[in-house]
Structure formats: C-alpha cells, structure tokens
Design a protein around this ligand. Structure first.
Ligand SMILES: NC(=O)c1ccc[n+]([C@@H]2O[C@H](COP(=O)([O-])OP(=O)(O)OC[C@H]3O[C@@H](n4cnc5c(N)ncnc54)[C@H](O)[C@@H]3O)[C@@H](O)[C@H]2O)c1
Length: 346
C-alpha cells in the first residue's frame, strides 16, 4: 500500500495484490463488471488468487441504460450474488456509474469497490458516490448516491489509453486547478506536455491524489449535491450545452469543458472577479490544447441549451465562476449580454 487518504467512507489506495486480497477475503462471492477490452489488460498475477465472476458490458455511453442494468441483475441473481458479495467496477466512468448504480439497488444495496482505468475515472467519475444511467436521451436521469468501499488506483492502466482519453481526463484536472488550487493550475501550465505524454508518472500520481482530496472535501460537505458540490461544475454549464449542440459531430466531454472554462473565465473577468492577465493566462493555456474545432456556432441556439442545464433555476441563470485563479464561486443572474460576449470567445 503506497498511500491512504481517509474519506467519508471510502479510501483511495494504490492497487497492489496484498491490499486487494485482504479486502476481498471477507466476501462470499465477487463479481467484476468490466468491458472485454479492459479484462484483457488485467495482469493475471494481480487477480489470480481469488475467484470472481466477470460480467461484461458493451463500451460507450449508450450502454448506460436500463436494459444493461437488467441484464447485469439477471447474471448476479443467476450466480448467487447475495448481501455478502462484492461488486468490482473495473473501467472508466461508464463502468463506475453502472457498477455504483447496481450496488445501490441490488438487494437494497451491496458493497462495491472501483478500479478506475481512465484518467477521468481516477480524478472524477469514481469519486463522490454519484451513480447514473441515461433514460430517453437524457443523461444520468436515473441515479443514486452510493459510496464505494475503496477506490484502487493503478496508473499502468493509462498506458493503453488513447491520447484523446488522457486529454479528456485532464480537462477535469485543469478545472480543479482553476477552482481550487492556483499552484496546481500553474504546474499544469508549465508541465502539460510532459504530463499528458505520461513522462512524469510520479508527478501525475501526486496530482491524482490532490484531485481526489479536493473532490472528497467538497463531497463531504455536500454529499447529495444540494449546494457546494455545484462548484465542481465550473466549465460545465457551457460545456454541457456545447456537448448537446455538437452531439452529432462527436465533441468529447473534455473538449466541451475546455471551451466552457474559457467562456466562464471570461464572464468572471467581465464581472470583475478575475483580472485581465489571469483571463489571458487561462485563455492562452486552454487554447493551446489540441481539441475539437468549433464551427458555425449559433450563439442564440447555444443559449437555449444553456437554459436547459440541470444547474439552472427557472427564475435565474447560475454559473460557477472564478474569484481569482484557484477560487471557484457560485454566481446567479449574469447579464445575457455578458454571456453572449463570452460565448464569442469560443
Ligand atoms: N459519477 C460521477 O461523478 C461522474 C463524473 C464524471 C463522469 N461520469 C461519467 O463517466 C462517463 C465517462 O467516463 P470515461 O471518460 O472514463 O469514459 P468511458 O468509461 O466510456 O471510457 C472511455 C473509453 O476508454 C476505454 N478504456 C477504459 N479504460 C481503458 C484503458 N485502461 N485502456 C484502454 N482503453 C480503456 C473504454 O472502454 C471506453 O471505450 C460518462 O458516462 C459520465 O457521465 C460520472
């Protein structure tokens, strides 16, 4: 065990055979939810000393649906999963959202652990206990809150990850820097290429722990997403709108969030929360990251998507902004003209 940080109920550990075995020994049956492709990456030596039943699910966002849940429950029931069984989610955010949801409803709740295999999973999706599946084209419309017992991190999973997926995960790390930790942000600016090409794994490990600590702290104050947790949505109000707008062109979540962070930083500058040189620094850095090219944007249409964002209330708009780099704040009632001007920065 390299590192342990106490959380609400969850611990984050770096994966090794001993810590995993001692955890798993207390369960009758173990079930692992994963994708075929990821199971092939498992080093057999890590998992060879215990018996588990693997349940494969398809890859991709479209797998997060009720029929996947039904088929997993069928398998769990068929193979005798009981309240003293454990479910392991081995994969990215799709696997962790599904695994957490299953663990929260099967027999009114059984224990689960997560082994995130994407960077986004390690710094975001596995942390905080939100689970979700999509329903009738609406993302995460159905979901629960269920904390995993432990989260096990193994950075070697990142070796096989596409560069696009690494950049996707980094968008959330940049977000943490901007809303929470100025030094982290400047560290990313200075070392970005080295970090995204996985040339400095020790530094990346430190950064993952920092992100975990930050999210854990926010979640501990607002486990059920009623207030403070909204801060984690910096870049996401505009980002989610861009994801809906360019859904058919295939914009990634990370790319949409990068653009969202530029727009929301500009709004922060316009209402006097951020200095112009701070905005310029953010804009220059994020603009230098290779990403989806935005073309033919109709700002009024995008504004309609922004209104549909989950965090908006009927009466007033709501944005997460920056009161200086490293300090996220929630603000309501931003003038439409300022939002439009900011969207022009895309
Ligand atoms: N619950 C939360 O708090 C939370 C937070 C953020 C995101 N999410 C959810 O997470 C999902 C996105 O997660 P994601 O970005 O990890 O995507 P993902 O789970 O779809 O994984 C991306 C792709 O990478 C592949 N992959 C995973 N690990 C790999 C590895 N080690 N090597 C090679 N390929 C690998 C997957 O098979 C998949 O094709 C979304 O559904 C989102 O809603 C949830």
């Amino acid at each position: 065990m390299i590192n342990t940080i106490n959380k609400i109920e969850t611990k984050i550990l770096f994966l090794d055979k001993d810590n995993l075995l001692s955890h798993l020994n207390k369960y009758d049956y173990i079930f692992m939810i994963t994708h075929k492709k990821i199971e092939e990456l498992i080093t057999k030596s890590m998992f060879c000393d215990f018996q588990y039943k693997t349940i494969f699910i398809d890859e991709g966002e479209s797998t997060k649906n009720l029929s996947t849940i039904e088929s997993i429950i069928n398998e769990l029931a068929l193979f005798g999963c009981n309240r003293n069984s454990l479910v392991i989610g081995l994969g990215g955010g799709v696997v962790s959202d599904i695994t957490g949801f299953i663990a929260s409803i099967y027999m009114r709740g059984i224990n689960h652990i997560l082994i995130p295999t994407t960077l986004l999973g390690m710094v975001d999706a596995a942390i905080g206990g939100k689970t979700g599946i999509n329903f009738q084209n609406r993302k995460n419309l159905i979901g629960t809150f269920k904390q995993p017992e432990n989260i096990y991190i193994d950075l070697s999973f990142l070796d096989s990850l596409d560069n696009k997926e690494i950049l996707n995960g980094f968008s959330e790390i940049v977000k943490y820097g901007l809303i929470y930790d100025k030094n982290l942000f400047f560290e990313l600016v200075d070392n970005f290429n080295q970090l995204i090409s996985l040339q400095n794994i020790d530094k990346l490990k430190e950064i993952i722990i920092q992100c975990y600590r930050f999210k854990e702290k926010v979640v501990a104050k607002d486990q059920f997403d009623k207030g403070e947790r909204m801060i984690l949505n910096f870049g996401h109000t505009v980002g989610h709108a861009l994801e809906s707008y360019y859904k058919d062109e295939g914009i990634s979540h990370g790319d949409a969030i990068y653009y969202g962070m530029i727009v929301e930083s500009y709004i922060s500058y316009k209402i006097g929360l951020l200095k112009i040189y701070e905005f310029k620094k953010i804009n220059k850095f994020i603009s230098s990251i290779q990403k989806f090219e935005i073309k033919g944007l109709n700002i009024d249409k995008l504004l309609n998507y922004i209104k549909m964002d989950k965090k908006q209330s009927i009466a007033q708009n709501r944005f997460i902004l920056l009161n200086g780099i490293g300090n996220g704040v929630i603000k309501n009632n931003i003038e439409k003209e300022i939002i439009k001007e900011a969207l022009d920065k895309i």
